[in-house]
Design a binder for this molecule. Structure first.
Ligand SMILES: [Zn+2]
Length: 146
């Protein structure tokens, strides 16, 4: 007989932002600079619930991850590090913020970046861990990492 694994409580906060990106060498129209209303669903777990019976206060997720998004990605252009010529051209003409990531800024790579590089840094001392992150590029298309 196998026992079911113990239940785990995970809390999730939804955050939204607007950004431009393009997928270098895309076979179709996604190689052109365009924008999305992105949606993040970031889920967290803790070893135990806090004194008020929460994994983490939803407001703290917004204060930390939401603030990072506001500062770096909201109304920015997110580009592949190899796309510097485009980023430089945009920056020369506008006050647009350019944010470079390794690889193409697909939903998959953006989710991976938040999950591996940003969330651990933002939540380490809060005693919680981001255990799943979903990034919607459109209402119908998203990438998950966990
Ligand atoms: Zn796109």
């Amino acid at each position: 007989m196998t026992l079911p694994s113990s239940p785990r409580i995970r809390c999730t906060r939804r955050l939204e932002f607007d950004a431009a990106h393009r997928v270098m060498e895309h076979e179709s129209k996604c190689r052109h600079l365009h924008g999305h209303r992105y949606v993040i669903e970031a889920s967290f777990e803790a070893a135990e619930l806090d004194a008020l019976d929460r994994v983490i206060d939803f407001g703290v997720i917004k204060e930390r991850l939401g603030a990072w998004i506001d500062e770096h990605w909201d109304h920015a252009t997110i580009l592949n590090v190899r796309d510097r010529a485009l980023g430089d051209a945009i920056a020369a003409q506008t006050a647009q913020r350019i944010y470079y990531i390794e690889g193409n800024p697909t939903a998959e790579k953006m989710a991976e970046y938040l999950f591996t590089a940003i969330c651990p840094r933002l939540f380490a001392e809060a005693g919680v861990r981001c255990t799943k992150l979903r990034l919607y590029e459109t209402p119908n298309c998203y990438a998950d990492i966990q």
